[in-house]
Design a protein around this ligand. Structure first.
Ligand SMILES: Cc1cc2nc3c(=O)[nH]c(=O)nc-3n(C[C@H](O)[C@H](O)[C@H](O)COP(=O)(O)O)c2cc1C
Length: 393
């Protein structure tokens, strides 16, 4: 790995900023409006402390667990993200890295690589879908997913089409054609290593979305797909129950922040929820996910798998989330920065950082397995926890 190795996710982010054209870097940073939720997702982990032991520690630590019917080497999954233009290998590099480290992969509806290729790279792949089109269109999409060997469905529900950011949004073209290339030229020419990577593939970033359609259909453009989704009425709980039955295999609702919604996820028979605010990219002012996690675990933790995502930057964050009741966490920006910094090896590097961090925290806490972690391992300051949605049980 030589000089390409990095020791922290913060360093991966710095390298990504240096490597990527400004627009691509801003697209990964994302966030919405003031960026309150984006910042709180990360800051909240810093408010939690540990209660370490110093003797009687465990010489061996077990990190393996299961989530959504899959055995995984540690309580970490790749959260679905559209990684168009970050790296020519895109989701294939992420899927290979995840497979190499025993981690399951969430593939976005807006991903740049077809699900069939991603499943070949990592058989533990979940497909993420949005409620878009009609029941008939969704049924076609999940039929394709089943045939492709997708092992679980992630239905992302927290998106309210907020597009403005106080620090500005990057320009995204309909297609990367000559006009778009000219517009991007000044920032791209300042990123020769990124440009050289793409030049070697003899292709430009392709902004089509191959997982949107049914089997055999041509891939729509990003904006074509986004437009269809925007025009679709949001799903009712009946719609979601229908989708869960139609799919019939492990099924996650992503974007749950409220206790009452978590209960309804149980009612429709979902396998899992992810306590998530879309990484701070949706309704700004939503609290950090780790603040909302404990009451949701208390309400439904015995009835459904509770995962969380948002703000995970180190192994100790994973341990805090698991100790507060998450079965596993999902990561987004952390692996995108690793991918930008060093392709597949960069994503493996990020997963190794998390793994080592989890292991160190377990050692310090005197735990021999992630399954032994409890809230008593964590110092939760007064007022930290936020119960959203209804009165205490
Ligand atoms: C650039 C970017 C693209 C994303 N695209 C999707 C997506 O297509 N589908 C989805 O369900 N979530 C998407 N997300 C949200 C992530 O799955 C996840 O909820 C979030 O990144 C977690 O926060 P973190 O980045 O702090 O780890 C995206 C996030 C980012 C940063």
């Amino acid at each position: 790995m030589g000089n390409d190795w990095f020791e922290s996710v913060a360093e991966a982010e710095r390298r990504a900023a240096k490597r990527l054209p400004r627009s691509v870097h801003l697209a990964i940073r994302a966030g919405s409006e003031r960026g309150l939720t984006l910042a709180d997702n990360v800051a909240a982990f810093g408010e939690l402390g540990f209660a370490p032991h110093m003797a009687g520690l465990s010489a061996k630590r077990e990190l393996t667990t299961t989530a959504m019917g899959q055995e995984i080497a540690m309580p970490v999954l790749m959260s679905p993200t559209g990684v168009q233009a970050v790296h020519p290998d895109g989701e294939l590099a992420v899927a290979r890295a995840a497979a190499a480290r025993g981690v399951a992969m969430g593939l976005s509806s807006f991903a740049s690589k077809p699900m069939e290729e991603v499943v070949a790279a990592n058989p533990q792949t979940f497909l993420q879908v949005y409620w878009s089109g009609s029941r008939e269109r969704l049924a076609q999409r999940i039929e394709r997913a089943r045939a492709a060997g997708i092992v679980g469905l992630i239905v992302t529900l927290d998106w309210s089409f907020v597009h403005a950011r106080d620090w500005g949004s990057p320009f995204i073209p309909e297609r990367v054609d000559a006009k778009a290339a000219l517009r991007y030229a000044p920032e791209v020419l300042r990123r020769p290593r990124w440009l050289a990577q793409w030049a070697r593939t003899k292709a430009l970033p392709d902004l089509s979305v191959p997982n949107w359609g049914a089997a055999g259909e041509p891939a729509p453009t990003f904006f074509g797909a986004y437009g269809e989704w925007m025009m679709t009425p949001p799903p009712s709980w009946d719609d979601l129950q229908w989708l869960r039955q139609e799919w019939g295999s492990p099924f996650m609702l992503k974007g749950v922040m409220r206790v009452d919604d978590a209960r309804r996820a149980v009612d429709i028979g979902a396998t899992a929820i992810s306590v998530s605010n879309h990484g701070g990219n949706n309704l700004d002012g939503t609290p950090a996910t780790i603040r909302a996690l404990p009451p949701i675990v208390a309400a439904v933790g015995r009835d459904i798998e509770v995962l969380m995502d948002g703000g995970i930057r180190r192994g100790s964050d994973v341990v805090k989330a698991v100790a507060l009741g998450a079965r596993a966490v999902m990561i987004g920006r952390a692996y995108l920065w690793g991918l930008a910094a060093n392709g597949q090896a960069g994503v493996e590097n990020v997963l190794d950082i998390l793994r080592n961090g989890i292991d160190s925290a377990l050692l310090a806490l005197g735990r021999s397995s992630v399954s032994e972690l409890t809230p008593t391992d964590i110092l939760v300051p007064p007022g930290f926890v936020q119960r959203l949605g209804d009165a205490p049980d």
